[in-house]
Design a protein around this ligand. Structure first.
Ligand SMILES: Nc1ncnc2c1ncn2[C@@H]1O[C@H](COP(=O)(O)OP(=O)(O)OP(=O)(O)O)[C@@H](O)[C@H]1O
Length: 526
């Protein structure tokens, strides 16, 4: 509405200029008042329209960003893990591109309003000429329209290359150490990976831009040709004089600039569509994976003394796709407060097992029970709430506001001291003061956070792997028993045979099967 008012005002200014050229300054004072008012209103409405559209588009962008983040977090972990290469470029590139396109909307809307206003005025000046011009404009837009599928094709190809470039950039940042150390590796990575992908993207973009320039120039040529034809037809015609045609052309020229803004946006619409498709591709498929977050199964009687806290019955899992690794059938009952070590060779399936156990991976077959409740797909989020721990590829968040205040107050400082990082890290206003720590210290911090989260079941994936002997000892002989004393159940992947005697049970994984289970008495030395 405000954009339309701004467009009307600019048309009115054009009309005043046009009238002055035609009839001169008839009444100087009223001309000046009208002119100044129209220009002021044009400016004010223009700013207001930009402001309103900006508020609207920015709130849409905000919604898009927050919704995408929530959707990703609500989706199946397994599916996201498989598509990580596509998800990150969507978050970093496509959402930004859609945002940038939305930011271009205010001048486009004002331009459109001005062009429509000018066309109405032109129609008033000469409906026949305006009809002719509209046909020429329509023909020009048709050419633009016909070029769109090709523009879309090149734009899509360039965007697909961008996924690969994004992966290369990840390599540049995450693999900087390796690339810095090895000159040949660095050269090879740049020449054989980064450069070819960037080159392909560049070629597609050049094709796209050239096609766009060609279609834009063709449109201009058509417009000029159209005007030429009009001049040819009109010259010597009785129904319009050369002078009034000249006046008409003057207003027409004012219409060209806003129309150019609008037609320039057409190219952006295609690119935006491609970005929206990319968002949609992961968005829609994420929607399919949405899990009912809140509800658990019906509460059943559960006696921690006799009943397992969770059990697996004939459970199978596989990665699907072309990956042929699978685990199962697994049968395991775990009691509340038990400490279980999972051992086994590399690639035997230990991490896969705990990801499945925590509900991050969905089981393919069999039954998963938690406190006598059968866990179905829709209960997975409820089920996962009972777990905390540290994976090998953990992420350290510095914001700890999700931790209960009393837990934080009572236990944070003693834990920092016990883990001997209190001289390095403080918790200030619910945030960790620094995460710039050694690997071992960072892992201790991750351990502290998981303990503060105060869940019923703890999983640790080779937590002690990069701890010094002193902290290994503390982990196996103090921290885990302390958690057990609080009736926490612990599943720890471990290769440290020395400490097997501290487990209640040691289960061994081999090629996706739990091949043996030893109780503490069996693994005690001697
Ligand atoms: N995200 C994944 N997608 C497909 N296959 C995978 C994935 N992660 C692991 N695998 C496959 O599953 C097998 C078991 O891997 P897993 O990480 O569970 O082993 P692990 O016993 O924990 O090994 P390690 O001791 O080396 O950590 C591997 O052989 C691997 O090929």
């Amino acid at each position: 509405m405000v954009s339309a008012l701004s467009g009307i005002c600019s048309t009115y200014v054009i009309k005043l200029i046009h009238q002055y050229i035609n009839f001169g300054l008839v009444e100087a004072q009223s001309f000046f008042i009208e002119f100044a008012s129209a220009v002021t209103c044009f400016g004010v409405f223009g700013v207001l329209s930009s402001y309103f559209i900006s508020v609207l588009t920015q709130s849409m962008i905000l919604k898009l960003r927050v919704e995408m983040s929530s959707k990703i977090l609500n989706a199946s972990y397994q599916k996201i893990e498989q598509r990580l290469d596509h998800v990150l470029p969507v978050l970093t590139t496509d959402i930004n591109f859609v945002s940038a396109s939305m930011n271009r909307l205010p001048p486009v809307v004002t331009g459109l309003a001005t062009a429509i206003g000018c066309l109405i005025y032109l129609f008033y000046l000469s409906w026949m000429l305006t009809l002719g011009c509209t046909l020429i404009f329509a023909f020009g837009f048709l050419i633009n329209y016909l070029a769109l599928p090709y523009l879309k094709k090149y734009s899509e190809q360039a965007r697909d290359e961008w996924d690969k470039i994004h992966k290369n950039f990840e390599g540049v940042v995450m693999g900087m150490k390796e690339l810095k150390l090895n000159h040949e590796h660095r050269e090879n990575f740049i020449r054989k990976n980064v450069e070819p992908n960037c080159l392909k993207e560049q070629q597609y973009r050049v094709k796209e831009e050239t096609l766009y320039a060609v279609s834009a120039r063709v449109v201009e040529v058509v417009l000029f040709m159209g005007v030429g034809i009009l001049i040819y037809v009109i010259d010597g015609s009785v129904w319009i004089t050369t002078e009034s045609f000249g006046n008409y052309l003057l207003v027409l020229l004012f219409t060209v600039a806003p129309l150019a803004t609008v037609s320039g946006f057409i190219k952006h619409i295609k690119r935006t569509q491609i970005s929206l498709n990319k968002i949609d591709q992961i968005g829609i498929s994420l929607e399919e994976e949405l899990e009912d977050c809140q509800t658990g199964p019906e509460e059943l009687e559960w006696n921690p003394r006799f009943d397992p806290i969770f059990s697996l019955s004939q459970v199978y899992f596989n990665y699907g796709n072309d990956e042929n690794f699978s685990i199962g059938p697994l049968n395991l009952d775990v009691k509340k407060g038990e400490i279980i070590y999972v051992v086994g060779g590399n690639g035997s399936g230990k991490t896969t097992f705990i990801k499945m156990l925590t509900g991050l991976y969905q089981i393919a077959d069999g039954e998963l029970w938690f406190k006598n409740q059968k866990i179905e797909l829709q209960h997975l989020d409820y089920y996962r709430k009972h777990f905390a721990g540290v994976f090998t590829d953990y992420h350290l968040f510095d914001d700890l506001h999700h931790i209960k205040a009393d837990m934080m107050e009572k236990n944070a400082q003693p834990l920092l001291e016990q883990l001997e990082i209190d001289h390095k890290v403080q918790i200030v206003d619910g945030k960790i003061s620094t995460t710039r720590l050694s690997y071992g210290q960072r892992k201790r911090l991750a351990m502290m956070i998981s303990i503060l989260e105060d869940k019923e079941i703890y999983i640790f994936d080779e937590w002690a792997a990069n701890q010094d002997p002193y902290f290994k000892e503390i982990f196996y002989t103090k921290l885990l028993p302390q958690l057990k004393a609080k009736e926490k159940t612990i599943i720890a992947i471990s290769h440290d045979e020395k400490y097997f005697s501290f487990a209640d049970r040691v289960v061994k994984m081999e090629e996706g099967q739990l091949v043996s289970i030893h109780f503490q008495k069996d693994v005690l030395p001697g």
